[in-house]
Design a protein around this ligand. Structure first.
Ligand SMILES: Cc1cc2nc3c(=O)[nH]c(=O)nc-3n(C[C@H](O)[C@H](O)[C@H](O)COP(=O)(O)OP(=O)(O)OC[C@H]3O[C@@H](n4cnc5c(N)ncnc54)[C@H](O)[C@@H]3O)c2cc1C
Length: 248
């Protein structure tokens, strides 16, 4: 792979730095919907999402250079972090592993900024080790029923939709973990209020030195949340691939 920037990448970088500086507001409070929609308008929320689903279809280098421009030009790293969490931990796993139906429904809204997404994987007793999730998804006649509690969801307080990791069969280890697209307004979904401090609370994760100034994490829970099978399973039984899409 060549890491040389093309003239097109340089032009996009310069344009994004200019636009970000112009739009940038000091981080005095949490980011607003207006700022979020601006991110969508300039294409930041769908950089690597295929054009057929509302994104820009950029490759890894094009995406990284555009994100760098955003971070360089915008004053608030909290918004940059939030947009990256939305794109890389939610939109891309859906783009790469979601069913055709869910991609069509969700991705255009994630790319243009109508929706904010949060990745709900971490639990009190399951952080790095996704195979020890306590959140369960039980197969029902008409889909799945999800129950469990998540401890650290970036964008959580304002998210419209979540990518929720849950186990369908603990005996299968990581092969038993799937990811589900769960809209915030589904009955049984509870999102706790924003943490009182602007960034991470002192106790969890221990020693957090998060550089973001307006990071918006929240706890949340699902109590017997029903989701349909076809539209809510970005990577059934393949959470490793799904979370890999996040880190790719
Ligand atoms: C700013 C921020 C935003 C976040 N946003 C989200 C989010 O949007 N969604 C979400 O689900 N989670 C989110 N998290 C949580 C994050 O994913 C977890 O903190 C992370 O997975 C680690 O889990 P843990 O804190 O439970 O630590 P643990 O998994 O308990 O790890 C504790 C320590 O042990 C080390 N360790 C763990 N396993 C091994 C091993 N096998 N070998 C060697 N060392 C090991 C780790 O490196 C770490 O130093 C966020 C965290 C931060 C700081």
């Amino acid at each position: 792979m060549s890491y040389d920037w093309t003239p097109e990448m340089r032009d996009r970088y310069d344009e994004l730095v200019r636009a970000a500086r112009e739009r940038s507001v000091p981080a005095t409070t949490h980011y607003t919907r207006e700022e979020w929609r601006w991110c969508g308008d300039v294409g930041l929320l769908g950089l690597s999402v295929p054009e057929s689903h509302g994104g820009s279809g950029l490759d890894a280098l094009g995406t990284a250079s555009a994100m760098e421009a955003f971070g360089y030009g915008y004053a608030d790293m909290g918004l940059v972090f939030a947009a990256a969490a939305h794109l890389f931990a939610c939109a891309m796993p859906i783009a790469e592993h979601g069913t055709a139906e869910i991609r069509q429904q969700v991705l255009p809204r994630l790319c243009d900024g109508r929706w904010i997404a949060g990745n709900a994987a971490t639990e009190d007793e399951a952080g790095s080790d996704l195979t020890s999730l306590a959140t369960k998804a039980v197969r029902t006649a008409d889909g799945y029923r999800i129950s469990g509690e998540k401890s650290f969801v970036s964008n959580g307080p304002v998210a419209d939709v979540f990518v929720v990791y849950a186990t369908t069969d603990p005996a299968l280890g990581f092969l038993g973990v799937s990811a589900f697209v769960v809209e915030r307004d589904r009955p049984g979904v509870t999102v706790c209020p924003r943490w009182p401090r602007r960034c991470c609370p002192g106790a969890r994760p221990a020693g957090c030195t998060c550089p973001t100034r307006r990071c918006q994490p929240a706890r949340g829970s699902a109590r017997r949340v029903r989701v349909p099978p076809s539209s809510s399973r970005p990577c059934a039984g393949n959470a490793a691939a799904c979370s890999q899409a996040t880190s790719d």
